[in-house]
Design a protein. Sequence first.
Length: 244
Amino acid sequence: MDSRQFQNLLATTSVTALLIGVAAEPAAACYTGPFGHTNAGATACITVANTSFTGNLVNTGTISPGNPTGILISGSTITGAVSNTGTISAGSGIVIKNSTITAQTVLAPIGIDDRGLLVATNGLGISIDNQSKVLGSAVGVNVELTGTFSGGLSNSGVILGSNQGINFELLTLVSGGITNSGSVSGLFGLQVDSVSTFTGGITNSGTITGASTNFGAGASSRGYRRLPAGSATAARSRGASPRA
């Protein structure tokens, strides 16, 4: 081998070694079971896919960075509750596709026993597709005590609770609004209670039903608006300054 060939080989080998050295590490795998499950530590993401189980799915730890969703529930049936009281840092917070979640009091510890989906910490958005159902014995989807909830709530499926279908309560800031093109029902279909600032508005092209239709209070951001005429509506809001 002459000196030119040796130099070419050395250069090629060096580049190859460099490329190997800087190759991206594979993304951390999502937790995929068994379920029920409580994540009290740190995990990249949680995926429930094409399965059925009785029990709760709970995050009290940290989910990051997602894949890109923090908690993805797809093609599954959960007899129990889904609860996040930890931290989700991901592209999307909780996404539910073609799945049914039915909370039952006897299965869950105090705090999530009557809620199909509970978010009780700073969180990202929630998305429920048109093939999914979230059923709570008291509240379908409950977002409370989070300080800040960003990304909004989008529902095109079915949300049902005997007290509230959707409840946003005791929050400093909600951004991203609420969009419903599905069905939400409860004694109050939609309740927004003691939210300091609510941005993104409330858009309803589906049905929100309940025993009362006393929606109309707003928040400091004037982010609320009345649901459109022609929809069956039942919502209430209190604890914030009225909208002009």
